[in-house]
Design a binder for this molecule. Sequence first.
Ligand code: HEC
Length: 150
Amino acid sequence: MINQIKLARTLLTACMMLCIVLLTMAFYLPEPKKEEPPKLICGNVFIEIQQPTDEIYLAGERLFKANCSSCHQMHKKVIGPALADVFERRDSLWIVAATVNYQALMDEGDQTAIDLYREYNKTQHVIFEHFTDKDLNALMNYLKFTVAYW
Ligand code: HEC
């Protein structure tokens, strides 16, 4: 009988200790991280599923105006294709590859790239290999979420 009481007491103490340890751990554990909004990944470039921040969008717009707008408009074919709806007709990884090095895509035998090149009078595409991932990230988010009317 005494042994049983002892056993019960030991078990109770063990339970209490466990509770204390668990509570202390819960108190000190870091807060669970907030979930980031989903992003579409293409290579090292992230395209937001929702509207990107103004900062990213405006950086993309600046890059577009400085580097692409001489040949591309958003809703009108000029020297190059209109780009406002490019994400609807092409894979995002392809768009990044076409921007960075169009010639490399053709060298790989990419039929879409080759057909487009023929359609646009064999215009050699500018190479933008100096763009950082951050530049491309901004540029792609701008293209995807543009509200430009030209
Ligand atoms: C000198 C003119 C010129 C400039 C500058 C230029 N492009 Fe192009 N782009 C073209 C032409 C022309 C094509 C069609 C393919 C070809 O002939 O090379 C094209 C095709 C593309 C395509 C494929 C479009 C589709 O319908 O599939 C993408 C994407 C693209 N360009 C992105 C860009 C981006 C982004 C920039 C700026 C960073 C840029 N281009 C700058 C002329 C240009």
